[in-house]
Write a new protein. Sequence first.
Lengths: 116, 112
Amino acid sequence: ETGVTQTPRHLVMGMTNKKSLKCEQHLGHNAMYWYKQSAKKPLELMFVYSLEERVENNSVPSRFSPECPNSSHLFLHLHTLQPEDSALYLCASSQDYGAGGFTEAFFGQGTRLTVV
Amino acid sequence: QKEVEQNSGPLSVPEGAIASLNCTYSDRGSQSFFWYRQYSGKSPELIMSIYSNGDKEDGRFTAQLNKASQYVSLLIRDSQPSDSATYLCAVNGETGGFKTIFGAGTRLFVKA
């Protein structure tokens, strides 16, 4: 089992659909992240959860809704997305978040999302 | 000014040569520096981390950090075609609220 697992790997959805992305980490880490990667743009941090509490929300539209039921699982609920939301969505985890913590992040394989 | 800046490339080097990848950052309070490798269609993979000024070597990879110049680099010795990928520089520090900021990446192409 790889350290950080994401499902599904590919997703095509219409603008009126509701879908969810799932991430699971098997590393015993305390922090989990959602990143968005669009073509030729830097990785954009969307959300950070530390010890199951959301600590960062980088002005992400409300059509993206994260959920962290426990320290091993992270979801990204999607609804009424736009075509410009098509991108690679990456989940990552790290040992801790913030001062004194390891910030080396380990990424899942990503979900390639296409909104039609 | 971008927070983390990298030359987008592509950087093309012959097999066996040294590839030199550079990154500058704007936040003087940055404390942790990382290099990730990302193959096309794959997720980023951490290859080096560096926290103090100087050089850090790991196999064919050497990371160099100069905090005074706000500059971090990655050298790849004896480059192989399998090193062809996009290399992402990432920076983390207290000023940024401990958010890890990524550069846009440099594409490296190693010619056989």
